[in-house]
Design a protein around this ligand. Sequence first.
Ligand SMILES: [Zn+2]
Length: 160
Amino acid sequence: MLKIAKYPDPILRKTAKPIRDFNAALEKLAENMARVMFADDGIGLAGPQVSQSQRIIVVGDGRGDHYEVYVNPEVTFFSKDKTSTEEGCLSLPKIFGNVTRPKKIHLKYQDLEGNVIKEKIKGLKSVVIQHEVDHLDGILFIDRVEKITKGQDILDSLKK
Ligand SMILES: [Zn+2]
């Protein structure tokens, strides 16, 4: 079982590397990431969060334990209209805060076979994907947060 890297683990601040090998090991990594995500009741997980500095994210779609895998995801469009969501993160347990992000995105990514896919995404899925793509660039939701709603004390103690 993969272990979740918790803030302030420095791996969370590194820029993750593009994936070039679409092989069985990558499939296994995606599977293991999904397992860890569901075990911790998450709806999204990025490579660096399991100490794999690679550009891969998995996102649950709310249908039981079904999930989607995005390799080398790249947001190619952000809508001007924004939405505010209370976000949390498996790497920052028990800390929550409001983050405003673009409502809709266009995403370009690869599937586990390396096929390039372009998708228009809105709703909660758009927010989750933006949060996870941030992880690939070493950005955490606490960098974008307007207001911590829960766990300010925990965050303060971690920052010390
Ligand atoms: Zn996160």
